[in-house]
Design a protein around this ligand. Structure first.
Ligand SMILES: Cc1cc2nc3c(=O)[nH]c(=O)nc-3n(C[C@H](O)[C@H](O)[C@H](O)COP(=O)(O)O)c2cc1C
Length: 188
C-alpha cells in the first residue's frame, strides 16, 4: 500500500514513501528506510523560499528603483544616490561614469552596499556583495535599455565614459520599520 510520511530528523525535513518507485530516486539525499525510502525535503523548501523572497526583492526594487550606494574610500565610507538597472542570473546591474569618484572607489575596493526604501520608509532593501565591471557593448546596451534616463545622459553604449557593473555573490535583505515582521534574506 502507498504510504507517505513527513518527519523531522537530523534538523531536516524528510519525505518518506513506501513504494518501490521511490527506490529509483537518484538524489544523494535519498536513503533507504526499512521497506520504504526517504528523501530530504529541506533543500526543496529552502529553494522555494529563496525563489519567493527573490520575487519580493525584485518587486520591491522595481517599485523603488533609486537607492543610496555605499562604497569604501580607503577607510572612509561614501554614499550617493544611484539608480538600479536590472537583475539577471544572480547579478544586479548598475551603471556609472568612469570620471566619477564612485568609479575609482569601486575599482579600488570592489564591494558595495545599496539601500532602497519605500517613499514612506516603512520598508527597505539592502543589497550587498562583490562588484564586477563588464566592458562588453552587449552588457552596456542591456543596462542602457533598462534605464531610459541613462540613454539620455550617455546617448550610446559605446560612450567612452559609460561603465556598467553588477553586484554578485551577495545578500539581499528586505526589512520593515517598525520591525513588525522578521527580515527576509536571500543570497544571490
Ligand atoms: C536620482 C538619482 C539617480 C542617480 N543615479 C546614478 C547612477 O545610476 N549612476 C551614477 O553613476 N550616478 C547616479 N547619480 C548621480 C550620483 O549620485 C552623483 O554623480 C554622485 O555625485 C556620484 O558619487 P561620487 O561623487 O562619489 O562619484 C544619480 C543621482 C540621482 C539624484
Amino acid at each position: 500500500m502507498f504510504q507517505w510520511i513527513i518527519r523531522c530528523q537530523n534538523r531536516s525535513i524528510w519525505l518518506q514513501i513506501g513504494i518501490a518507485a521511490a527506490a529509483h530516486h537518484s538524489s544523494s539525499e535519498a536513503m533507504s528506510c526499512g521497506g520504504s525510502y526517504a528523501c530530504r525535503l529541506s533543500p526543496i523548501i529552502l529553494e522555494r523560499n529563496r525563489v519567493i523572497i527573490m520575487e519580493d526583492v525584485l518587486n520591491f526594487i522595481s517599485q523603488n528603483n533609486v537607492g543610496y550606494l555605499a562604497t569604501a574610500d580607503g577607510s572612509q565610507p561614501r554614499v550617493r544616490a544611484f539608480g538600479f538597472g536590472f537583475y539577471e542570473d544572480g547579478k544586479f546591474w548598475f551603471c556609472t561614469n568612469n570620471s566619477k569618484k564612485v568609479y575609482a572607489q569601486l575599482k579600488a575596493v570592489p564591494y558595495a552596499e545599496i539601500m532602497f526604501t519605500k517613499p514612506d520608509f516603512s520598508q527597505y532593501l539592502r543589497l550587498s556583495g562583490h562588484v564586477a565591471f563588464d566592458e562588453s557593448i552587449e552588457a552596456k546596451r542591456k543596462v542602457m535599455d533598462a534605464m531610459p534616463a541613462v540613454a539620455g545622459l550617455y546617448q550610446s553604449p559605446d560612450n567612452p565614459v559609460f561603465e556598467v557593473f553588477y553586484l554578485e555573490k551577495g545578500v539581499a535583505v528586505l526589512e520593515s520599520f517598525p520591525p513588525l515582521t522578521p527580515p527576509k534574506e536571500v543570497k544571490f
